[in-house]
Every structure is written in structure tokens, then in C-alpha cells.
Design a protein around this ligand. Sequence first.
Ligand code: BEZ
Ligand code: FE
Length: 312
Amino acid sequence: MATYVNPGAAQAGADVTIYREVSPEQRAVEQRLVDNVVASFDACENPRLNELMVSLVRHLHSFIREVRLTEEEWGEAIGFLTQAGHITDDVRQEFILLSDTLGASMQTINVNNQAYKGATEATVFGPFFVEDAPAIELGEDLAFGAPGEPCWVEGTVTDTEGNPLAGARIEVWEADEDGLYDVQYDAGKRAGRAYLFSAADGGYRFWGLTPTPYPIPDDGPVGKMLDAVGRSPLRAAHLHFMVSHEGARTLVTHIFPEGDPIGRKDTVFGVKDSLIKRFARQPAGTPTPDGRVIDGTWSRVRFDIVLAPAGV
Ligand code: BEZ
Ligand code: FE
């Protein structure tokens, strides 16, 4: 077993370990190809595109060289991506699932939503947001008949100085108690989602459903990959939010119920400690905040949202 520093990768600041003897002649052949491909972008007039392509090629070639990728394995990888393309349509997005399950979505979010003075942390967007959710007023119910235990959600939207943000647009979406989003039943169905606006004091409130864990769609190539590596397709239970306000960085996040056994094993690595909230279970007969009569148990949670300024 030999270890050496790939000269191409060393230029890019990365060490590459090769788990097999590679002769100097062979190394030179491989490196010449990397250099040729990198040079093929020399005429690119867009400096950012050039940076992205050069770095992508360096890392891709480093990967191929490090693992001594076989032609059969590369064929399998191409077949995997082809299957991902075939199963993808307007509703099913296998490439988002792939990005999510490899932690690439979460890492891109980390890079682009840097911690700022107590601003609420971001997490994965996921594939189930739709643009045309119905509007609700403060205190209304976004279930629209989706089955599940009612959950009262309330909180405030403020900036990082604690000033209330009135009129923040709050998009909320969630799966029903069977772990399915409306669009998974029928592309045109709208239930378990809505948008509303924060009040003059920054407050907001609505009825939703107590979130439950569910698997990501695992009947495609990503599901096969998870199975092959011994990983569960389950996501930790969660409620999605996207909150926007002029002058503020748009926040895409979830809240996760405390005590969920899936928790940190979330298959898309979306759980952050600050986003775990207490969903307090209320026994049947407990009066509700708005006088709604509920036949059975319900839950309540508080989520105070802090938006960072735009551009940080
Ligand atoms: C979801 O939140 O529903 C989700 C996120 C990532 C991948 C699949 C599903
Ligand atoms: Fe989700």
C-alpha cells in the first residue's frame, strides 16, 4: 500500500492517498490527462465558471485515481445517474434526494447561511415545496383535511436585534400522519401546506399537524443506494418553514420534535440542536388556545424565528 501526494491535487491544496502502487510513469500519464482537461477551460471567459470546472475536474480525477475506479464501477455510476434521470419528473426529484442523502445539500446550506448573531439556523429544502400553496389567516388550519394529530404552532418573527418583523411571509409544509405529502397523492392536491404573514408585533400562529417520521421516497436508485450501504431512508419528524421579509436573508428550515428516536440519524443530515423543539402533547379535553373543539389529543409548540439581514 503506497501513499503519495498527487501533484495536481497538491496544487489545489489536497492530499490524495492511493491504496496501490502506482509507478512514476503511470502517475505521469494520469497527471498529464488532468492537466490537459484543466487547460481545456483556459478560454472560458467567465472566471467563476472556470473556477468551478477546474476544481470539479481536479476533484473528480482525484477520486478516480484515489479509489482506482474500475471501468465496470464507472459504468454502474453512469447507470445510476441514468436511472435517477428516468425517475425524475415535475414532482419526483431524484437528484435532490441524491444531494440530500450525500450531505451535499446540507453542506451547501452551511456554506451559504453562515451563523449570524443568533439568527435561526437553516436546514434542507427538500423536494416537496410547491409555489402555489393556499393562503391562510393567522390562527387558521393548514391541514385542509390531511390526517394527523392537530398541532398549535405559534411564535414571533424578529430581526437579530429583537425587533419584530411584521408582514414576514411564512410558508409551511408538512407530511400527513402516513408520511406522505399532498403532491405524492396527486400533483394537484393541496393539503398540509399554506402561507401566512406575521402580524404587526411579529407574532404568528396556526394549526398544523404533529409531525411524524417518514421515509424519503426510496423506490428509486437513491433508495437502492441507501439499502446497499445499510442506511435507513427515514427522515426525523419535522415541519418545514420558509420565511422571507424585505431586507432579511430568506430562511429555509424545519423544526423537529424533541425525543424523536430518529433524530440525529436523519437520512439527509438535516437535524441541528437549535431546531429541536418541545411539541407538548395535550390530553384529550384540554382547552385549545382559540377555543377550537378537538376530539382527542393535540400538541403545541413555540418557534421564535430570527432572521439575519440580507447579504450576510
Ligand atoms: C423532506 O423534507 O420531505 C425531504 C427532504 C429531503 C429529501 C427527501 C424528503
Ligand atoms: Fe419534509
